[in-house]
Write a protein that binds this ligand. Sequence first.
Ligand SMILES: C[S@@+](CC[C@H](N)C(=O)[O-])C[C@H]1O[C@@H](n2cnc3c(N)ncnc32)[C@H](O)[C@@H]1O
Length: 210
Amino acid sequence: MANWDERYAEAIRSGRRLFPAHASLGVVAALDMLEKLSPAPAGAPTAIDVGAGEGRHARELTGRGYVVTALEGSAVAVEAALGRPEPGISWVAGDAGHWRPAAAVDLVLAAYLHSPDFHVSSVLGNMTTWLRSGGQLVLVGHAVRNLTRNVPGPKNPAMLWEPTQLAGELARLGYRIDFAGHIDRVKVRPKRSRARQDVSSDAVVLATLR
Ligand SMILES: C[S@@+](CC[C@H](N)C(=O)[O-])C[C@H]1O[C@@H](n2cnc3c(N)ncnc32)[C@H](O)[C@@H]1O
């Protein structure tokens, strides 16, 4: 995690954030879709936000009633988060490929879990052990189709996500696929700019563990 640790340390030093404070439009749209397809269980449903970063999506989940474990591979990011506690979010440092929760949860969210060291496919098996039967997995990440566009996100094709490929892997792991496709995020340029709008596609998969 040296690379992410350095990026978070540099951001902390310069008093800025690596990511916007608000949830991404792709994650909001995916969670809205999930709520329509199958509402969260009553009470206090539990969730893991894996690769939680600065916590914007963990926060989005608590706003929707979840009690959230924010799992993050960068010890620097976790230390920073522990210094600004938020109700309903417990931070833990751990690797998505090996870490195990104390109890199975209702929902796992992996939002933009991109790293030069691995593809999300390689950690889906471990993430599956975190869910109860009937639990839901939400994957939202930069899509392969963004490669030919002038949009933010990784430029290394090996780090990008293809929803049908992810859906196939999840089906083999025992999931029912509720949605696999793209959600487009349109970035509106300032009025005076003559450049056309950039469309960034998120690869999104919603799946339920059988
Ligand atoms: C692109 S950032 C996304 C952060 C957050 N999900 C968001 O959307 O704001 C990817 C995050 O995944 C974390 N990460 C990378 N590899 C990881 C791993 N093996 N286990 C847990 N977290 C990891 C990084 O430290 C980083 O915070």
